[in-house]
Design a protein around this ligand. Structure first.
Ligand code: FPP
Length: 218
């Protein structure tokens, strides 16, 4: 959800205002995703690298996550969305983790749309954590293959990613779902996240649908 800071800067507003606007666009987008038949959507809300930001911004973001959970989770639950947390649990403020776990419990029985919130998430951290857990389980090296490895990722049921949407014109992967994006298609737009609309989301889906995916074949 990139470009919140720049969106605010262009309006002479504090960066927090950009993050708030970033939350405001979520509901219409999730509705559009549901209508379009998308089954899984992952939102990259906070990376393992985002702790490097000024303490005041990190605090603002953590407060915003809590507030967003309080406001949006009941609404998402009513719409049948299943919320899942994706990331390193250690290091997150207790209240944020509790809110995420509560949202997971509340929505566990829903099946219209799976929404993963990547928070304190890093693709490399996820791979390292999987390797550690496998070693702790004493998995013999000869038993390790791609399928087995994937079972040790944070959420083994995250399907392979079809489409990555990158806002604000960044041409980087930024440590996002490194394992799962092996064959993902990319849609990059100059639009800043707070301006990203359901119409543009549909445009991204149409662009995806028009591509031919060879996955290494011909
Ligand atoms: C990146 O833009 C955005 C973030 C680090 C925070 C995104 C989080 C939200 C919008 C809150 C959503 C909450 C949930 C629980 C889904 P940036 O600050 O890097 O912008 P810039 O690149 O313009 O500086």
């Amino acid at each position: 959800m990139d470009g919140n800071g720049r969106w605010a800067q262009r309006r002479w507003l504090p960066r927090a205002a950009g993050h708030r606007q970033g939350v405001a666009v979520l509901t219409p987008l999730l509705e559009a995703a549901g209508r379009a038949g998308v089954k899984t959507l992952t939102l990259y809300a906070f990376s393992t690298e985002n702790w490097e930001r000024p303490e005041s911004e990190v605090k603002t973001l953590m407060r915003l996550f809590l507030e967003t959970a309080r406001k949006k989770v009941p609404e998402l639950n009513e719409r049948g969305a299943r919320l899942r947390f994706l990331g390193r649990r250690e290091g997150l403020p207790g209240r944020v983790l509790e809110a995420l776990e509560e949202a997971e419990r509340l929505t566990a029985g829903n099946d219209s749309l799976d929404v993963y919130i990547a928070l304190n998430y890093g693709g490399r951290a996820e791979i390292v954590d999987a390797a550690r857990r496998m070693a702790a389980d004493g998995v013999p090296p000869e038993d390790i293959d791609e399928e087995k490895f994937a079972r040790y990722l944070y959420a083994p049921d995250v399907p392979e990613v079809d489409l990555v949407i990158r806002t604000s014109g960044e041409l980087r992967v930024s440590n996002f779902l490194l394992w799962q994006i092996a064959y993902a298609e990319f849609y990059v737009t100059e639009t800043l996240w707070p301006d990203f609309s359901p119409e543009e989301f549909m445009q991204a889906l149409r662009s995806f649908a028009a591509r031919s995916r060879r996955r290494g074949g011909v």
